[in-house]
Every structure is written in structure tokens, then in C-alpha cells.
Design a binder for this molecule. Structure first.
Ligand SMILES: [Zn+2]
Ligand SMILES: [Zn+2]
Length: 213
């Protein structure tokens, strides 16, 4: 088997360094050199957006947003050069095999959050058509629940000012903990607008989970 990222053959014998690394995949899909080029975010992170930092105080970005009651984001990795290169290949060049690099770790993070409902931030039909797949669904595909998050359409009678709408049985949201999945937390605008819509519609709390911050 070869490393999905650098194509070097994967060592069959696990080294101690490998075992001590942050690798939790049962079957390594990338070599230890490639894996260690990513920077996992540990407990030392902003409680609002999940950014890696040296304390657990809200970061300057989150202070600007002000507290959004009942919403916070968790991120798994810092957006360093290795991650930018990965996302370039996986998202822009459409190499679907690369979903396997993070699918296990992303799936485990979803499980750990124990949400009542898991929703993916939707992408435009055009983005889906160009890439051929939804990048987040490549890592984790939630079951189709009673409520779905969709992009607001121009013909919607009253498009949500923040470009999302909910479809399905909205009563299923009431009092629920909702997990929202996205690939990156950048400005936070997208996740926060979807979270506000869910909270306004009756959700008890919303947690975001992103691969990067
Ligand atoms: Zn490699
Ligand atoms: Zn923050």
C-alpha cells in the first residue's frame, strides 16, 4: 500500500513514533511523515471557534462576534501549509480518494459530540457539479434526518437573509442538539448564520465541527 499523499510505500511495521503520533486510524492511509505535517488542535483552543491558541479565552475574532448563545465550533486541525495543499488537491483538483485521509478522524469527532441531529452545510449545485462530490460528505455522510439545511433560492418568498433555509419537519428540531459540519471555519459567517437559523427554529444548541480553523 502507498501513502495517499506522497505515494511512498507505507511501512508495514509500525514504528514507536508512529504509534505516539496523533494517528488514530486503524489502517494508516498516509505515511507518518505526511501525517505529522498536519497540526492537530488539542484542548488549548478558543471556546468559540476552535482556533488553536495558548489559552481558553475567546479569541479576538470571537470577541468581535460577541457571544452567540448556544453555539460554538470545534476544529480538528490548524490551516497550515500541508492542510492548504491537501484541500487544494481534495477540493479544487477533485481527487476523491483523498477523503480517506481524514474520514476516520472526522467520523470519530462526530461520534464524540453526541448530537441529536447532524447536518452538513450545503454547497451550490454548481460546486457539486464541478467537483462531483460534497467535500464534507466525503469525510462523513450523516443519515438523512427529518430536517435538512438547504441554500436559500432566489425564488423563495422570503429568502433567509443569511442564505439558508430549512426543509422538512421543523418540529423535529425543537429542544435538540444539532451538529453542523463544514470543511473550514474561516470568518465564521457561514456557520454562525446557519446556527442562528437553527436556533431561531427551536434547536436547543448548535455545535459546529470543521476540519480546519
Ligand atoms: Zn506520505
Ligand atoms: Zn475564536
Amino acid at each position: 500500500m502507498q501513502c495517499l499523499l506522497c505515494q511512498r510505500p507505507l511501512a508495514t511495521k509500525l514504528s514507536l513514533a508512529w504509534l505516539l503520533s496523533w494517528q488514530i486510524q486503524p489502517r494508516p492511509r498516509v505515511c507518518s511523515t505526511c501525517w505529522q505535517s498536519f497540526m492537530p488542535i488539542d484542548e488549548q483552543a478558543c471556546p468559540g471557534c476552535g482556533r488553536s491558541q495558548l489559552n481558553r479565552q475567546p479569541c479576538p475574532d470571537c470577541q468581535r462576534w460577541g457571544p452567540t448563545l448556544n453555539f460554538h465550533n470545534r476544529a480538528l486541525f490548524t490551516l497550515n501549509d500541508a492542510m492548504v495543499a491537501y484541500l487544494q488537491r481534495y477540493k479544487r483538483q477533485g481527487d476523491y480518494r483523498l477523503r480517506a485521509v481524514f474520514s476516520t478522524i472526522f467520523g470519530c469527532a462526530v461520534e464524540r459530540i453526541h448530537a441529536d441531529l447532524v447536518l452538513i452545510i450545503p454547497v451550490t449545485a454548481r460546486a457539486l457539479q464541478i467537483r462531483g462530490y460534497h467535500q464534507v460528505a466525503g469525510w462523513f455522510q450523516p443519515e438523512l434526518g427529518p430536517v435538512q439545511l438547504a441554500l436559500a433560492e432566489k425564488k423563495d418568498p422570503q429568502p433567509h437573509p443569511r442564505h439558508f433555509r430549512l426543509t422538512g419537519d421543523l418540529s423535529a428540531l425543537v429542544g435538540k442538539k444539532v451538529l453542523l459540519l463544514d470543511d473550514q471555519y474561516d470568518t465564521g459567517r457561514t456557520l454562525r448564520s446557519a446556527a442562528s437559523l437553527l436556533l431561531e427554529s427551536g434547536a436547543k444548541s448548535v455545535v459546529g465541527l470543521t476540519l480546519t480553523r
